[in-house]
Design a protein around this ligand. Sequence first.
Ligand SMILES: *Cc1c(COP(=O)(O)O)cnc(C)c1O
Length: 465
Amino acid sequence: MQYISTRGGIDPVSFTEAVLMGLATDGGLILPRTIPRIGSDTYTEWKDLSYQELAFEVMSRFIDDIPEAELRDIISRSYSSFDCKEVAPLVHHGSLHIMELFHGPTLAFKDVALQFLGNIFEYLLEKNNSVMNILGATSGDTGSAAIYGVRGKERINIFILHPHGRVSKVQEQQMTTVTDSNVFNIAIRGTFDDAQAIVKSIFNDLDFKGTQHLGAINSINWARVLAQVVYYVHACLHISSHENDKTVDFSVPTGNFGDIFAGYIAKRMLPEGTVRKLLLATNSNDILSRMVQQGDYSLSEVVPTSSPSMDIQSASNFERYLYYLHDEEPGRTNQTMIQFAETGTINLSSFQDHIQRDFVAEKATESDVTNCIAEFYKEYGYILDPHTAVGVHCALKHQSKGVPICCLSTAHPGKFGDTVEDAIDKLIDLPRSMRNLADKESRCELMDADRNLIQEFVKNHAKQG
Ligand SMILES: *Cc1c(COP(=O)(O)O)cnc(C)c1O
């Protein structure tokens, strides 16, 4: 399988080259040259596979430069850290299927991709006899999932900046209680934007980036999308055996468009009609639901909500979908992205029919979210986290008669305890891994938001190749 850039400026690369490249060197995003199709016979044969076996079948359609035994081993190790055998179990309440994606070490769905990515990096660095220093900024969730993805790995150090005192206590503790010697948490005196600006500026020092083997672990890495394709297939197989129905809709709480884009790939891979519609669910930061409903993709201010991992305006994976909207023509995609960078807006109204073949969209306000958590608990005794509640609210509003809908549950409710406990008026039980965080040893550097100081710190603690 060859990989190309949405902007057409790179020679085709292999899967492992694509993973190491992250963002394409022409500034575009990496995609497979073609999306493999799965015939109905093959699809039917997959129904009794374990999650890990299914992951191998799906991923091996996209990966031809890692030997089978090694790929199976990477997959198996990536999901042995999950606290349940099914990895992504489905539960059924009322008319909804809910797929729980929060059984990984940090209790959010980002573990599904980052446990895999960490192991792929480790495998490639070993093979190339090389090292990597991962540098990133986080406003909360991605940081801990990234740290858990690479903790203890011999050829990788990770430096994660977070804004001091501006992430939740649980999020801070999940990061700082990882005391492996390759993990460096840096709390900066400043905001998330300050942290991100520092990281960007250090990456822009190309000489430093090269000599220190800097790597990123953000949501644009193709390996992350690929790992997420697997659970859509898993859900389709599960639901079609449960319902005797071959068609499924998905409701996806969306921020950076990574998760729902994986659903789009799954939709194109699987036999026609297996995935019917992808319901794009947003909170009050609704740029993407406006795009689907009205063809209007324009930036506005980010407003903070109770589902902070979706408080995003410029969705980093959206360019991948734009490429398909533009009939896989990099020239046109590039032009649209240049226009967006200049004006902060793209008019997609002429693509409306095309977009609505694949997607529908809905938005949940803050009161929709708390009402949904409260009512779902009253009705079924099941507790939703605020991100999942955005998707469930939208699903209940948009459900089509006769088509099963699967809501992706992206975080454990205990991670967002304050909002959830207010909504259900009851304290919730935390999973064991979260109960004793406060008593654990922790390690973190507190630093001024000074780019040069931080670059110096990274240099002094970087793994040397
Ligand atoms: C990251 C995240 C999302 C949004 O996923 P995208 O791939 O960015 O659209 C939703 N819920 C939770 C809990 C997340 O951490």
